[in-house]
Design a protein around this ligand. Structure first.
Ligand code: ADP
Ligand code: MG
Ligand code: MG
Length: 251
C-alpha cells in the first residue's frame, strides 16, 4: 500500500537534515506503529507524506499503490487515498464543520471523476458515520475544531477519516492529551475502520494506545531513521525500559 524507500528530507529554509534514510512498507490490512524519542522525525515523516510545505525531499521515494505521491499536490494525495490525522488539529473559525467535511468529500469525489454528494445525502451519510463511531453529531454544527476539547478534536479527525474512507491512514500522536475514555473512543474508531484493503501508520509515544489498537509491526525511529522493527512486544519493551537500551544496542 505505502512504500517508503531511503527517504531523506531537509528543512527547506535551513538545509537541516531531519529524515536520513527512512525505509518502511505498510501492507494493505496491516497496522504499523512508529514510536521514538521526541524530535526523531516522526511528525516530519507524516508531514512530508501528506505534502506540507517547508520540507525538501533530497533523496528517496514514497509510493501509494505504486503511484509516486511525493510529486503530487496535497489534494491529489488525498484523492489517491492518503489521510493524515494531525497531532494538533487546526481550528478554523467561521467554517462550519459540516461544510468543511462535505467540501472535503466532494473535492475527493471530483478529483476521482465522481458526482458530488447532495446536502441531504451528505447529512444522512455523516450522521450514519457519526453513529457508527458513537460520536455526538452535535459537533458537526460548530465551526471546525473551535472550542473543541482535545478529545473532541481527535474524534473529529476520526470522523473525517471514516467519511473519506482512505486507503492509507496516518495518525500522528492522535492519543496525545486524551483521557482514557477519549483514547478508547479514538482507538475504537480506528479499529472499526481496520479493513483488508486499508493500511495504518500509527505514530505514538505511548504503549497504552497500542493496547487498544493492536499493531502488526512496531518500528522505533531515532534521529531520522527507523532503527529497529518488531512486533507489539517492542512497544512493551519501550514502555518498560525507555529507548536507552534500544539506542545503545543499535549503536
Ligand atoms: P517528532 O515528531 O519525532 O517529535 P519532529 O518530526 O517533530 O519529531 O521533529 C524532528 C526534528 O526536526 C526536531 O529536531 C525538530 O525540531 C525539527 N523540525 C521539524 N520541523 C521543523 C521546522 N519546521 N522548523 C525547525 N525545525 C523543525
Ligand atoms: Mg514532537
Ligand atoms: Mg511529533
Amino acid at each position: 500500500m505505502l512504500e517508503i524507500k531511503n527517504l531523506h528530507v531537509e528543512l527547506e529554509d535551513e538545509d537541516k537534515a531531519i529524515l536520513k534514510g527512512v525505509d518502511l512498507t505498510v501492507e494493505a490490512g496491516k497496522v504499523h506503529a512508529i514510536m521514538g524519542p521526541n524530535g526523531s522525525g516522526k511528525s516530519t515523516l507524516s508531514y512530508v507524506l501528506s505534502g506540507r510545505d517547508g520540507y525538501e525531499v533530497t533523496e528517496g521515494t514514497a509510493t501509494l499503490e505504486g503511484a509516486d505521491i511525493l510529486s503530487m499536490e496535497p489534494e491529489e494525495r488525498a484523492a489517491a487515498g492518503l489521510f493524515l490525522a494531525f497531532q494538533y488539529p487546526v481550528e478554523i473559525p467561521g467554517v462550519g464543520n459540516m461544510t468543511f467535511m462535505r467540501t472535503a468529500l466532494n473535492a475527493q469525489r471530483k478529483a476521482r471523476g465522481e458526482d458530488e454528494v447532495s446536502a441531504a445525502d451528505f447529512l444522512k451519510l455523516i450522521r450514519a458515520k457519526a453513529k457508527e463511531l458513537k460520536i455526538d453529531a452535535d459537533m458537526l454544527k460548530r465551526p471546525v475544531n473551535v472550542g473543541f476539547s482535545g478529545g473532541e478534536k481527535k474524534r473529529n479527525e476520526i470522523l473525517q477519516m471514516a467519511l473519506l474512507e482512505p486507503k492509507m491512514c496516518i495518525l500522528d500522536e492522535t492519543d496525545s492529551g486524551l483521557d482514557v475514555d477519549a483514547m478508547k473512543l479514538v482507538s475504537d474508531g480506528v479499529n472499526a475502520l481496520r479493513d483488508a484493503g486499508r493500511g495504518f501508520l500509527v505514530i505514538t509515544h505511548y504503549q497504552r494506545l497500542l493496547d487498544h489498537i493492536k499493531p502488526d509491526f512496531v518500528h522505533i525511529m531515532s534521529d531520522g531513521r527507523i532503527i529497529k522493527t518488531g512486533g507489539p512486544e517492542l512497544a512493551i519493551e519501550v514502555e518498560k525500559n525507555g529507548y536507552a537500551d534500544i539506542l545503545a544496542e543499535v549503536a
